[in-house]
Design a protein around this ligand. Structure first.
Ligand code: UDP
Length: 332
């Protein structure tokens, strides 16, 4: 690969999924240049290439970074990703996720960058009537987070048609787990994701888990999600980038296991893996949460050759537990 072909701009590369993907990119021979404002990302998580601090909405800072590194490809993780917060403060979500992504797309256009892999989400589907969820399922988001990501998918599709910027959207189901080598893991502040909160409840480092809703139309009344190991997601990004390079990428791929687990089942699996009791209490539903989200990722299997290998629920929890036991950041 030539220098500019090897260099990949990774927005949000200091974050959870972004940093795991930088590791995978480096293993595949790419040089990840991380662009991150470090609001939620961590400097210690940038280990495989340079870090450029900057806000995704800042067109002039983006221009500087494009001029310096001349990347042809971009992996775009930067954005806000808390469903509950997006319901309470939608403006912030449209600002960072939509206006920020538009600034990035404009910078790509101005600087001749030709390919982008976008971090989208199953939240763009809302509460679908049919399960599992394929890519053709109508996208009708029920929270501002999902709506903001869908708007970006649309912007990128329009830029593809008008300006020839090739793009693909990876619609993640629930990212979870930690790097098996122990170099990286989930470290959000605030933490709102189920698995780290269950682990915190198990270790006593966090309060008992609040189970959001026990009256859903599911076998045990709690929400069902499709948990996918973060390193499996990272591997999918490398495959999607290669597909863009070869001109074979489709507009979107679902990334999940196709297997759903309820909140209760995650609690039980965590008790099994850790050997500890998990204190929890039943609480009201969290606004914006659909009852069941389970993927059909056949397209990613067939077109990208992507198969999750670390996403058994116990493997996910074991890796997250190993990371949790290493303590709090900064991590070396
Ligand atoms: N959840 C919960 N208690 C918590 C955090 C999450 O019961 O403290 C539930 C949440 O309602 C959802 C599932 O766990 O059904 C996964 O939530 P998470 O925030 O991890 O991911 P999301 O599905 O919102 O992307």
């Amino acid at each position: 690969m030539e220098t500019s072909q090897r260099t990949v701009l990774v927005t949000g590369g200091a974050g959870y999924i972004g940093s795991h993907t930088c590791k995978a990119l480096a293993s595949a021979g790419y040089l990840p240049v991380v662009y991150d404002n470090l609001l939620h990302g961590h400097e210690w998580a940038v280990k495989w290439g340079p870090l450029e601090r900057g806000d995704i909405r800042d067109g002039s800072r983006l221009a500087e970074v494009f001029t310096t590194y001349k990347p042809v490809s971009v992996l775009h993780f930067a954005g806000l990703a808390y469903v509950g917060q997006s319901v309470l403060d939608p403006g912030r979500y449209y600002e960072f996720n939509v206006a920020g992504s538009l600034a990035l797309a404009q910078a790509m256009r101005e600087h001749g960058a030709k390919r982008i892999v976008f971090s989208s989400t199953c939240a763009t589907y809302g509460s679908p009537e049919k399960l599992p969820i394929g890519e053709e399922t109508p996208q009708r988001p029920i929270n501002p987070y999902g709506a903001s990501k869908l708007m970006v998918e649309r912007i990128l599709a329009d830029f593809r048609r008008a300006h020839g910027i090739c793009s693909t959207a990876l619609r993640y189901f629930n990212a979870a787990g930690a790097d098996i080598g122990g170099e990286l893991g989930e470290d959000h502040d605030p933490e709102t994701h189920l698995i780290p909160l269950v682990l915190g409840a198990a270790s006593g480092r966090r309060p008992p888990l609040a189970v959001f809703g026990t009256d859903y139309d599911t076998p045990d009344g709690t929400c069902i999600r499709d948990y996918i190991h973060v390193s499996d997601l990272a591997a999918a990004h490398v495959l999607a980038l290669r597909a863009l390079e070869h001109g074979t990428a489709l507009d979107a791929y679902n990334l999940g296991t196709g297997q759903g687990y309820s909140v209760r089942e995650v609690i039980d699996a965590t008790a099994r893996v850790t050997g500890l009791d998990i204190p929890f209490s039943a609480c009201p539903r969290r606004p914006g949460d659909p009852a069941v989200l389970v993927s059909d990722a056949t397209r990613a299997h067939q077109e990208l050759g992507w198969w999750p290998s670390l996403s058994e629920l116990d493997t996910i929890i074991r890796s997250a537990w190993a990371w949790h036991q290493r303590g709090s950041s900064p991590r070396g």
